[in-house]
Design a protein around this ligand. Structure first.
Ligand SMILES: Nc1ncnc2c1ncn2[C@@H]1O[C@H](COP(=O)(O)OP(=O)(O)OP(=O)(O)O)[C@@H](O)[C@H]1O
Ligand SMILES: [Mg+2]
Length: 426
């Protein structure tokens, strides 16, 4: 007997869903929420016996300063050779295959508990491209996901591009045919599809003739957080601060690589390594011209607080979707330290990101051979689509289209359930 489920394995958030009573339903893996953070925490424990916690519980365990390894941004490892790296977690070593399997297996376990049977067929969403301008990485990423799913004992797997899933979710609500641009901006990637949608077309099992273009690149909320942190937060921790080189050379600054790592989720832990700490101490003691900033950096690393800082930057960014100004509290680094963050500062720091978004929209229209005036609707989904700056950029690029903002965290997941049902039951 078939048991079909669909997972939107996102960079930031994931969902698992299935059909119940003829309707697509997303399950609530924890806290009554349908979209749960793509995060894991492996508590320090006996080698091979450490059981990870998942989702919000993982974030809580990390913020609670439990001892262990916190992982987020796992999807960014797919399509790269980092996937083959062995890393430490829970008092032993583990591969990324095992880590991602621990997360996906948690989700399929929720569906199995719900249905009382093992999952036999799984539909997984995937970005149009896992990496920018590296189409060869896509086959590698799919192969890596295949091995993850095979390790869970699930025999049937299919993939669907995330913006197509969002399109099918949106199509579900239509009564007339239209030409729509679907934009799914997530934590890691922005994905575009331009297609003909409509209730009649939806019945057609092969939709390839309706898909006029797909496009995608690494342009997600995590890059917004990175640009924002680099512009507004990292200078407080010594970014750009001059150091006096051993030779007395002028114009040297604290290595930029530190700040790039500290703002890249799947690389933050590398900054906690002993050698890095030693280097920072040396700079602080011998070369720093603004030692107070290096002191903060050292405290951040000693506290293993890089993840916490980026979580706080992300929350500040989200707050700025509805508030003009917010305060980034850093008193856990230094007494009374707090940085005011404003909407104009956010706008300035992500200017390049917004320009790339505009160019990507134009590129997708060009690929489809469709002019702006021919587009009926733009359907936007994914977390960052809640940002007024993102909505304004899309409106400016497509002034005559109807712009709809979909359910930001569940559109892709719901569309995947519909597509899974269609694909596997056919
Ligand atoms: N209200 C908001 N304002 C601004 N950004 C938001 C808001 N809500 C969520 N985000 C951002 O959206 C991103 C996550 O979006 P989403 O859950 O759609 O991504 P994902 O599906 O996990 O990633 P991907 O599809 O790229 O793999 C995060 O960067 C988060 O900070
Ligand atoms: Mg997504």
């Amino acid at each position: 007997m078939q048991n079909i489920a669909a997972i939107d394995f996102g960079t930031s958030n994931s969902t698992i869903g299935l059909m119940q009573g003829g309707k697509p339903v997303l399950l609530s893996p924890e806290d009554g929420k349908r979209a749960v953070p793509t995060a894991l925490f492996f508590p320090h424990g006996t080698l091979g016996q450490s059981k990870p916690v998942h989702g919000n519980s993982a974030i809580r365990a990390y913020l609670n300063e439990d001892q262990g390894r916190f992982l987020r941004g796992l999807k960014s490892v797919l399509g790269t050779n980092l996937f083959d790296e062995i890393t430490w977690a829970g008092g032993g070593t583990i591969t990324f295959l095992e880590i991602i399997a621990a997360y996906i297996g948690w989700l399929t376990g929720i569906a199995e508990a719900e249905t009382g049977r093992p999952i036999t067929h799984l539909m997984l969403g995937r970005p149009v491209h896992f990496l920018t301008n590296q189409p060869e990485a896509d086959a590698l990423a799919e192969a890596q996901l295949r091995s993850v799913v095979a390790s869970l004992g699930i025999p049937n797997l299919a993939f669907l591009a995330e913006p197509l899933a969002a399109a099918y979710h949106y199509e579900h609500t239509l009564t007339n045919e239209e030409l729509a641009l679907i934009i799914d901006i997530g934590g890691g990637t922005a994905d575009f599809s331009l297609l003909r949608l409509g209730p009649k077309l939806a019945e057609n099992p092969d939709r390839s003739a309706d898909i006029l273009a797909t496009h995608g690149l690494r342009l997600g909320g995590a890059m917004i957080d990175q640009s924002f942190a680099l512009a507004e937060v990292m200078p407080t921790f010594g970014m750009g601060s001059e150091i006096a080189g051993y030779t007395g050379a002028k114009g040297l600054t604290v290595p930029m690589g530190y700040f790039m790592q500290l703002t890249t989720w799947h690389r933050i832990h590398r900054m906690y390594e002993k050698a890095t700490l030693q280097e920072v101490r040396t700079i602080l003691n011998q070369e720093a011209t603004e030692p107070e900033k290096l002191e903060r950096l050292l405290t951040l690393l000693e506290e293993r607080g890089g993840h916490r800082l980026m979580l706080d930057v992300e929350h500040a960014k989200i707050a700025l979707s509805t508030e003009a100004e917010t305060l980034l509290n850093l008193n856990w680094i230094e007494k009374s330290l707090a940085l005011p963050l404003t909407q104009p500062a956010l706008k300035t720091s992500i200017h390049g990101w917004l320009t790339t978004l505009t160019e990507s929209i134009q590129h997708t229209l060009h690929l489809a051979g469709v002019s702006r005036s021919q587009l009926t609707t733009v359907f936007v989904t994914g977390g960052p689509s809640a940002m007024p700056l993102v909505q304004a950029t899309i409106r400016e690029a497509l002034p005559t289209s109807r712009i709809l903002v979909g359910d930001q965290l569940t559109s892709v997941g719901t569309g995947l359930v519909l597509a899974a049902h269609r694909h596997f039951s056919a």
